[in-house]
Structure formats: structure tokens, C-alpha cells
Design a protein. Structure first.
Length: 186
């Protein structure tokens, strides 16, 4: 099997059930989810497997769920069976709660940074927010998009924030607080 097919040379790409322009909202949405998945892979390579076993397991599971999201977004067949389930959102919420309990309470906004892995998780958080915006745009245009994908991405960005803070905390690196503002979290 050849890696290249030449079927996209004229600016069209295949979905599950049809072809569209490569700049279609649907392609933009699942393409951003794919970009997010790549940053997660980078974050995994920056995490010590002993110290961050739980977070690595989370991230690997998330990568599979993001493939499910991409497949669900790319599906335009008349009869669809979506893969991403609401139970994935519930799992993220539980993990966010666990990771949040591990770190000191927030008083101020924090800047992305600290350790390399934490910085990469913050990048994943911002790409996740962009993916969510792309899905919202698609939801506004199409009535055949599973809303659980948008909910999952919304929760996932919170997970990345919690995980980035936990990574810094476990390595005894303080979060970088935004100093030009006062305390905003009580």
C-alpha cells in the first residue's frame, strides 16, 4: 500500500460517507483534534513513567478518545454509529477532581510554563480550546454532529490545566503566577 493516494490533489478529501473541500468546517474541526492528539503524544514523551504513570495512562486513553472524536466528526453517512460516549466526560471529571486535590489552591491566574511537560500540556489545553471552537462552529452549521464531542473537549481542556499543574507540583516546580492582577480565586 502506498502512503500517498493523490486523491486530495485538487483540494478535496474523503469523509465517512462523502467528499468535501479540505477547508470545510468538519475537516477543520477533526484536523484540530488531530493536532491536539500530536501535542499529547509530545507531552507523554516528556513525562517520567514512574512519577507520572497515572497521567500517562490518562493521556494514552485520551488519545484513543480523540481518534473517536475525529471519526465521529468525519462521519456523514446517513446511518451513523458514534464512538465517543458521555462516560468519557465523567472519567475526565473524576480525574480533574483527583489532580486538583493534589495541588495547592489557586489564588491568581497562572502562566503556561514550569516544566517542559507542563508547558506542553498547556499547549494541548489551548489547542483543545481551539478544537472546541471549531466544533461549536460546526454545530452551528450542521445538525448531524454529536454534541458529546464539544462537551468532551470542553472538559478535556480543564483536564490539561489540572494535569499541567500536577506535573509541576510533583516535580516541586511552582506554577508561574500572573503578577499584574490580584487574587481572583478565593
Amino acid at each position: 500500500m502506498k502512503l500517498y493516494t493523490k486523491t486530495g490533489d485538487k483540494g478535496k478529501t474523503s469523509l465517512l460517507g462523502g467528499r468535501v473541500s479540505k477547508d470545510d468546517l468538519r475537516v477543520e474541526a477533526y484536523g484540530t483534534v488531530d493536532e491536539l492528539n500530536s501535542f499529547i503524544g509530545k507531552a507523554v514523551t516528556e513525562l517520567d513513567s514512574q512519577i507520572f504513570k497515572d497521567i500517562i495512562e490518562d493521556l494514552e486513553s485520551i488519545q484513543h478518545e480523540l481518534f473517536d472524536c475525529g471519526g465521529d466528526l468525519a462521519n456523514v453517512m446517513k446511518e451513523r454509529k458514534y464512538k465517543l460516549q458521555e462516560s468519557s466526560v465523567e472519567v475526565l471529571e473524576k480525574r480533574i477532581d483527583v489532580l486538583t486535590e493534589e495541588v495547592p489552591p489557586l489564588k491568581r491566574f497562572i502562566l503556561p510554563g514550569g516544566t517542559p511537560a507542563s508547558a506542553t500540556l498547556h499547549i494541548a489545553r489551548t489547542v483543545c480550546r481551539r478544537a472546541e471552537r471549531r466544533v461549536v462552529s460546526l454545530l452551528n452549521e450542521a445538525d448531524d454532529v454529536p454534541t458529546v464531542v464539544q462537551i468532551y473537549l470542553n472538559r478535556l481542556s480543564d483536564y490539561f490545566f489540572a494535569a499541567a499543574r500536577a506535573v509541576n507540583h510533583r516535580l516541586n516546580v511552582k506554577d508561574v503566577e500572573y503578577i499584574r492582577g490580584g487574587d481572583v480565586f478565593k
